[in-house]
Design a protein around this ligand. Structure first.
Ligand SMILES: *[C@@H]1O[C@H](CO)[C@@H](O)[C@H](O)[C@H]1NC(C)=O
Ligand SMILES: *[C@@H]1O[C@H](CO)[C@@H](O)[C@H](O)[C@H]1NC(C)=O
Length: 219
């Protein structure tokens, strides 16, 4: 055997509902499984002839009993607290865009993330009218067990205003999330125009004053 070998015991408890649970265990030498354990049959199985090592039968009976008592208590505790675990998580949604293939076209994306359970309804709409070109990505897992979905729509740039992305999910209790395309963007455009005009006026003023002062200097 190599000098450093780790031995891991993995226990898996699965819960189908409030009253049904299953427990399994396994033993691993690095990435090689050596032992199995089932609570139902209440036995430790040896996957290799040498896996018993120099443990006696009594020692294995003791370990078996230990796992059993431990798993029963664990399942009881989890079932007792199960109602406190979240069964629904609300999605958050945001919009983005990028130029599409055709000239003058935009690919609008509606991102929906952090929801649980998996079933979700997302679509692009204009005045309560579902948009036929809506494309659905796969529902992808986030690292925290929640889900992510991206829904896109390819539109002519001038037709983007007035579109909205609508998200329906069991966690929202009938209050759909609706995000309108262009609302905050048009405000940003207004702000940009105001800033530009102000800048131009400032530059003109500065240039005028400079010219004025240089005349006075000469005089
Ligand atoms: C609990 O889940 C098990 C396994 O899926 C099923 O056989 C059983 O009928 C369920 N019991 C209840 C009360 O839903
Ligand atoms: C098994 O072998 C180890 C190492 O040789 C020893 O320390 C241990 O006491 C043995 N256990 C039994 C139950 O014989």
């Amino acid at each position: 055997a190599p000098e450093h070998v780790s031995f891991h015991v993995i226990q898996t408890a699965s819960f189908a509902n409030q009253s049904w649970a299953q427990c399994q265990g396994s033993g691993w030498l690095d990435d090689l499984q050596t032992h199995g354990w089932e609570r139902e049959s209440n036995t430790i199985t040896f996957l290799h002839t040498w896996a018993k090592g120099n443990f006696s039968n009594e020692e294995f009976l003791y370990l078996n009993r230990l796992f059993r008592v431990y798993s029963i208590r664990l399942v009881q505790d989890i079932q007792a607290h199960a109602s406190q675990y979240p069964t629904e998580l609300r999605p958050e949604a945001w919009l983005s865009s990028r130029p599409s293939l055709g000239s003058g076209r935009l690919l609008l994306a509606c991102h929906v993330s952090g929801f649980y359970p998996k079933p979700v309804w997302v679509t692009w709409m204009r005045n309560e009218q579902e948009q036929l070109g809506t494309e659905y990505g796969d529902i992808l897992p986030n690292a925290d067990g929640t889900w992510y979905l991206q829904v896109t729509l390819d539109v002519a740039s001038e037709e983007a205003a007035g579109l909205s992305c609508r998200v329906r999910h069991s966690s929202l209790g009938g209050q759909d999330i609706i995000l309108y395309w262009g609302h905050h963007f048009s405000m940003n455009w207004t702000a940009l125009v105001v800033v530009m005009v102000t800048l131009v006026i400032l530059i003109v003023l500065v240039l005028w004053f400079k010219k004025h002062w240089s005349y006075q200097d000469i005089l």
